[in-house]
Design a protein around this ligand. Structure first.
Ligand code: SAH
Ligand code: SF4
Ligand code: F3S
Length: 462
């Protein structure tokens, strides 16, 4: 069973009450966090910021105004890691700036103390499994200790705090499961985030109720394999049962979840979506490849046919559920026929959106040593072909929505007056016009009047 950290102070998420949090805490330095990577990292940053605020640190508006900088990093692909190293390289010129630099997150966990060798001006390296220790680690840095680390990874603990300082006033992230027990042969996450640990349903439901009480109407449940959720508490809820219970909390108008793994994507999840209008009609279900042979090499644990069966369950739902996916091109040994299989899968499924990546060899992963690397230019070619196909699929799909009306949660305002943007329950971006002055955070009915490859346009139905 997981152990949990309850830091036990009161805050209003995203609207933290400095007075109650800081009372009695000594005044400390100012921090600035830059976040790279996925939503899990975005949310970890919110938790770390809340934790530090509660310990008397203040959050700076810019790196220049901060006494220490934290980089919450990603290492999923080589490019993501390079981005972090180039940011760290900016301090090569100013090693005496007096500012402490800390590297946290997935690259920190992956590279460990090697980060100090590459960037000697870094004072702290800490992986996500050690975040609850961050205040203590920072205190050691402040006391003059150099090269402080928090790098344990084999843990049964989850990072829970009531102090989360949420950035997004509309959508609240809520972690239900951390880590990953899969072993996809290309992926660093099992190393960088450690083994799977689910939070108790009691803790998740309590946090969801608090969020609803604070006025959040949209909640997004997070996990690398969110549907592997397995309640360690006495109620032993399955993922779909947890979904249903969160969806029933008064005030929760939209419930999202990401990322689902196809292997554990079961019909009870679709039944929950059908039964609860608050559960959004969108499932992100990364397939990675349309070739069963490549899927096997990737150790994904399903065949093309099995994936298509999951899609069939989704398509048989009463509600019209959007399906989005991740694809990798140029996995070692991916033949032209394998790549064609990915293209035909796209034709069969007609995904609502696709996130496609060139395969990137990563440290410690089994596929690093696989033969038959695909040349970079060929990966780029395949990526371009795939994206063009998806552009056509999306454009055709979007055209079928012309004239229909969707409810959107308004999340942005365009530069032009009376132009707004929001997402439908199916996570389609809709840019629309309205004569009304202030719509941010509201749920609005919008009729679709135009369709592009990446978004829809429309006008408010009054
Ligand atoms: N847990 C999620 C994905 C997390 S990583 C899942 O299993 O679906 C997000 C995406 O990055 C993956 O779905 C995959 O498409 C991509 N990715 C991961 N490792 C990669 C690598 N080494 N090279 C290229 N893309 C990669
Ligand atoms: Fe990586 Fe696979 Fe785990 Fe997703 S399921 S995080 S791709 S190992
Ligand atoms: Fe990157 Fe770590 Fe997320 S490697 S994608 S930040 S889990």
């Amino acid at each position: 069973m997981s152990r949990h950290f309850d830091i036990g102070l009161e805050t209003l998420a995203g609207r933290a009450v400095a007075a109650s949090v800081d009372a009695g805490a000594p005044a400390r330095g100012t921090f600035y966090i830059e976040t790279f990577g996925c939503q899990m990292n975005d949310h970890d940053t919110e938790k770390v910021a809340g934790l530090l605020l509660s310990r008397g640190y203040r959050q700076a508006d810019s790196p220049a105004a901060a006494s220490f900088l934290l980089y919450n990093t990603c290492s999923i692909r080589e490019k993501a890691a390079q981005k972090v190293f180039s940011r760290l390289g900016e301090y090569r010129e100013q090693p005496d700036s007096g500012r402490m630099i800390g590297v946290i997150g997935c690259l920190a966990q992956q590279e460990g103390e090697d980060i100090f060798a590459r960037s000697p001006w870094v004072g702290l390296v800490c992986g996500s499994a050690s975040y609850h220790k961050l205040p203590e680690l920072l205190a050691r840095v402040e006391a003059g200790e150099r090269r402080v680390t928090g790098l344990e990874s084999d843990t049964d603990e989850t990072f829970e705090t009531e102090l989360t300082r949420r950035d997004n006033p509309l959508r609240a992230y809520l972690t239900i499961i951390e880590g990953c027990d899969k072993a996809c042969s290309y992926c660093v996450v099992p190393f960088t985030r450690g083994p799977e640990r689910s939070r108790t349903s009691e803790a998740v439901l309590e946090e969801a109720r608090q969020l609803a009480g604070l006025g959040y109407t949209e909640i997004q449940l997070l996990g690398q394999t969110v549907n592997s959720y397995c309640d360690p508490g006495p109620r032993g809820l399955r993922f779909s049962q947890l979904l249903r219970e969160v969806a029933e909390i008064p005030g929760v108008r939209r419930l999202r979840f990401t990322t689902s793994h196809p292997r554990e994507f079961t019909p009870d999840i679709v039944a929950a979506i059908d039964a609860h209008p608050a559960i959004c009609e969108h499932v992100h279900l990364p397939v990675q490849s349309g070739s069963t042979r490549v899927l096997e090499e990737m150790q994904r644990g399903y065949t093309r046919q099995e994936y298509l069966e999951k899609v069939a369950i989704l398509r048989a739902a009463q509600r019209e559920i959007s399906i989005t996916t991740d694809l990798i091109v140029g996995f070692p040994g991916e033949s032209e026929a394998d790549f064609e299989a990915t293209l035909t899968l796209m034709d069969e499924v007609r995904f609502d959106a696709v996130f496609a990546f060139k395969y990137s060899p990563r440290p410690n992963t089994p596929s690093l040593r696989m033969a038959d690397a695909i040349p970079e230019e060929e990966k780029s070619r395949r990526l371009a072909v795939l994206l063009e196909k998806q552009r056509q699929i999306q454009t055709a799909r979007h055209e079928t929505f012309l004239g229909r009306t969707f409810e959107v949660l308004v999340s942005g305002k365009a530069r032009q007056e009376k132009q707004w943007a929001g997402n439908t329950s199916g996570y389609r971006l809709l840019n629309f016009t309205s004569p009304l002055p202030d719509l941010l955070g509201q749920y609005i009915q919008v009729r679709v009047t135009g369709a592009g490859a990446n978004s829809l346009t429309g006008e408010q139905v009054i």
